[in-house]
Design a protein around this ligand. Structure first.
Ligand SMILES: Nc1ncnc2c1ncn2[C@@H]1O[C@H](COP(=O)(O)OP(=O)(O)O)[C@@H](O)[C@H]1O
Ligand SMILES: [Mg+2]
Length: 157
């Protein structure tokens, strides 16, 4: 997992044993969020990165579809029921050829907004663009439905 491993200094470790538990955990996290943030999601295909984002969006009251934006790269979800968070920006960096591609689609404008929570799946691929205030969520598959979530929160924006 390259150089990003060093970030896990003061991290929180959570184990979930079903998709539902991950959805609920992420949803609870969303209910507490007060300002915009960038979350880098790390973990293999099928680890649960998209499930985490879906749970987080449900916690913000978003009821629509939430899938990996693999082909469109970025999707913006409008949040109507949260006074602080107006939108969630969901990026899937899997198919990006270079970090510059992300700049080209205007994604970086969302990274500093106080009213926007950004999630980046396959964040390893754009690690150069991630600022110091990035929070990291690493999800590891264990047994069939068991996932280990390691969360390192970055400082506030
Ligand atoms: N504890 C768990 N947490 C999250 N997902 C789980 C868990 N157990 C099983 N799963 C399954 O793992 C898959 C995760 O898929 P997804 O979130 O799309 O992965 P990724 O975005 O990391 O490629 C889903 O099919 C989900 O039902
Ligand atoms: Mg995904």
């Amino acid at each position: 997992m390259s150089g990003l491993a060093v970030i896990y200094l003061k991290m929180k470790k959570i184990i979930t044993t079903s998709e539902k538990e991950t959805l609920e955990f992420a949803g609870n996290m969303a209910e507490k969020i007060k300002t915009g943030k960038v979350f880098a999601l790390l973990g293999d295909l099928g680890a649960g990165k998209t499930v985490f984002v879906r749970g987080f969006l449900r916690g913000l009251g978003y009821k629509g579809r939430v899938n990996s934006p693999t082909f469109v790269i970025m999707k913006i979800y409008d949040i109507k029921k949260n006074p602080q968070i107006k939108q969630v920006c969901h990026i899937d960096a899997y198919r990006l050829k270079s970090a510059a591609d992300l700049e080209a689609i205007g994604a970086l404008e969302y990274f500093k907004r106080k009213d926007t929570v950004v999630f980046v799946e396959w964040a390893e691929r754009i690690s150069k663009l991630l600022l110091k205030n990035t929070s990291y969520i690493h999800i590891e598959s264990q047994k069939e439905n068991t996932r280990v979530l390691k969360i390192k929160k970055g400082p506030k924006k």
